[in-house]
Design a protein around this ligand. Sequence first.
Ligand SMILES: Cc1cc2nc3c(=O)[nH]c(=O)nc-3n(C[C@H](O)[C@H](O)[C@H](O)COP(=O)(O)O)c2cc1C
Length: 185
Amino acid sequence: MRIIVAITGASGIAYGVRLLEELRRAEAEVHLVVSEAAKKIMAYETDYELAEVRKLSRETYREDDIAAALASGSFQYDGAVIVPCSLKTLAALARGYADNLITRMGLCALKEGRRLVVVPRETPLDLASLRNLVAVRENGAVVLPAMPGFYHHPRGINELVEYVVGKILDQLGIPHQLFERWSGK
Ligand SMILES: Cc1cc2nc3c(=O)[nH]c(=O)nc-3n(C[C@H](O)[C@H](O)[C@H](O)COP(=O)(O)O)c2cc1C
């Protein structure tokens, strides 16, 4: 299974990194783009080293590498995830503004009808961003906000992160045991 992961400059970089770890466990072939803003936030809010994060993928690309394979609609893959997805990247996707490899890849996914999961992280949401969420949904993306549930009684931050990552894996059709599914009480 070939998956594209893009990490953009929103808080919640851990969601992206934890997803990469799970994709490695699932032996997926991962193609990774980390935006310049995401690199800064990774350093600010996590203990992850970019070089270590990159090792979780098969291929990594710079956000300005607009000639990369991922920039073409002919690139074949099973799903793409932008996690976390900044409101700026969301706006570009909603308006067809392919200003870097991440937005170009996302817009190619939409035009080719490929599975694209966007994981926005911001609160509260301004009206433009709410409309942008509707626009990308109407255009075929799955909007999966970083909103962990609490009914599985998380015992810390890791389990909150894993809840969201599990929901992403569900969208990709990848089995996991990151949270206990509700089975009725
Ligand atoms: C510490 C920090 C936290 C941020 N958190 C968010 C966030 O949670 N959501 C968001 O949409 N933007 C956030 N931003 C702003 C984005 O990083 C900024 O809009 C950037 O241009 C996004 O670029 P990118 O989408 O190319 O990664 C944050 C910026 C900083 C410095």
